[in-house]
Design a protein around this ligand. Structure first.
Ligand code: PA5
Length: 416
């Protein structure tokens, strides 16, 4: 496992007094967050009990299940998508994440479903979010029609708060397989609970390295999380309010989606802890390298200077050589003897240097490879970095009043 944060031309920032003072504060917040019993995500890397619980749940499913439908949204879906997409070669069984309530998609999925060989994992921390509840009702009704009630019930796994909410009650009354999300872990911080672990284990992903990587990052990665938080804080102060995540790796595309939600919901706040209107937060954009070099880079290089750029490059990639079959044509000659990994590396470096020429801030996360430990470390690092940034901004990174309000209005509209 290896991650290094290369601050490139922005390394000078570290010399500044503002940076050093903020870093000192950030280190204090790191400890405080780790020690606060109300903040649970920091305990997850050391906690293997959820792996056992997920194992047990897997053993309770009927034989022959080939597909798991994950019915959840936001923090109850993005972590699963991140894990499934990061490790496609480990997936022996299919996990389909259904988060949206688009009837066209739902209809298509229902037309394809094989109830006999499928199971449902409804995930909702609160147990009251209408999207997973509506999807659960719909898929369950279909299973019940196809298989009868008791066989349908055997194919349901409920993941919800350890004690509260309607889904917890339903799981108890219907005697369903159920998994717990600890009360002190919020949705977007919950990927290392059964929220992300169960679907990943169903697929065949070994989740222990994820936890080991997260644990190591907690022990050894304070500087990285603090540096990231200070940099985000400083850019936010300078109204450089668009944060572009640029993974040069298809398998990390949904990791970037997950991270974007993490900082968007955690740091986008109307008021600070003193109840003053601050309207904090950075707008995230995911750009996939190299694909989005051909759609977004023109804007980034020459458009408004309101962005900071975070590149994720992977050192060890499968080496697929580019065959030299059309060498007599000049445009092909540059590729002679090269591999796709070399091409990807050159394009990432070229893009970074080109942006730097316009004095744009680039940060590069250099990853040795994309394995379980590295992803686990990234998960912990960015959860911690986001929390520390929130503390530096003096806002609460663990609530989401804006989301809650929208949910309530939608409910009222449905009731009316
Ligand atoms: O991070 C969060 O808290 C949110 O994104 C929630 O995960 C999302 O709104 C879904 O909520 P719940 O898991 O309660 O259904």
């Amino acid at each position: 496992m290896g991650i290094s944060l290369n601050m490139r031309k922005m390394a000078y920032l570290k010399e500044g007094t503002a940076y050093q003072e903020l870093a000192r504060k950030g280190e204090g917040f790191f400890q405080k967050i780790c020690e606060d019993p109300e903040i649970g995500f920091t305990e997850l890397p050391e906690n293997l009990i959820y792996v056992d619980h997920c194992d047990e749940a897997l053993n309770h499913l009927p034989e022959g299940i080939e597909t798991l439908y994950v019915l959840g949204i936001g923090g109850s879906a993005l972590g699963t998508s991140m894990l499934i997409n990061a490790f496609p070669d480990s997936c022996r069984r299919k996990v389909i994440v259904v988060d949206n309530v688009d009837s066209d998609t739902i209809n298509r999925l229902l037309n394809q479903v094989n109830s006999e060989k499928s199971a449902l994992n409804v995930i909702s921390k609160s147990g009251s979010t209408v999207e997973p509840l509506s999807l659960f009702s719909t898929f369950f009704a279909r299973f019940e029609k196809d298989l009868g009630r008791s066989e349908a019930l055997r194919r349901v796994v409920v993941t919800t708060d350890v004690e509260k909410g309607v889904l917890r009650q339903l799981a108890a009354e219907e005697n369903l397989i159920s998994l717990s999300i600890p009360g002190n872990v919020g949705g977007r911080f919950s990927v290392l609970t059964p929220v992300g672990l169960f679907p990943a284990m169903f697929a065949g992903i070994d989740v222990v390295p994820l936890l080991l990587g997260a644990k190591r990052e907690k022990r050894e990665g304070m500087n990285r999380a603090v540096s990231g938080a200070v940099v985000d804080y400083l850019f936010h102060e300078q109204s450089r309010n668009i944060k572009v995540l640029f993974p040069y790796c298809d398998r990390l595309k949904t990791f970037a989606d997950w991270y974007l939600q993490l900082f968007a919901e955690s740091l986008g706040k109307l008021k600070n802890r003193r109840d003053r209107i601050v309207r904090s937060g950075q707008t995230g954009v995911v750009a996939l390298g190299v694909t989005d070099q051909h759609s977004q880079i023109q804007l980034y290089k020459e458009g408004p200077g309101d962005k900071s750029f975070f590149f994720f490059t992977v050192e060890k990639q499968v080496d697929v050589p580019i065959p030299s079959v059309f060498d007599k044509y000049s445009s092909f000659q540059v590729l002679r003897g090269k591999s796709f990994a070399q091409l990807m590396g050159a394009e990432a470096e070229g893009t970074m240097q080109s942006l730097e020429r316009n004095s744009l801030p680039i940060f590069q996360y250099e990853l040795d490879n994309v394995d379980g430990e590295t992803l686990g470390a990234l998960i912990f690092m960015f959860e911690m970095q986001t929390a520390i940034t929130g503390y530096l901004m003096n806002i609460n990174p663990f609530n989401q009043p804006g989301v809650e309000e929208g949910k309530q209005i939608a409910r009222k509209l449905l009731e009316a």
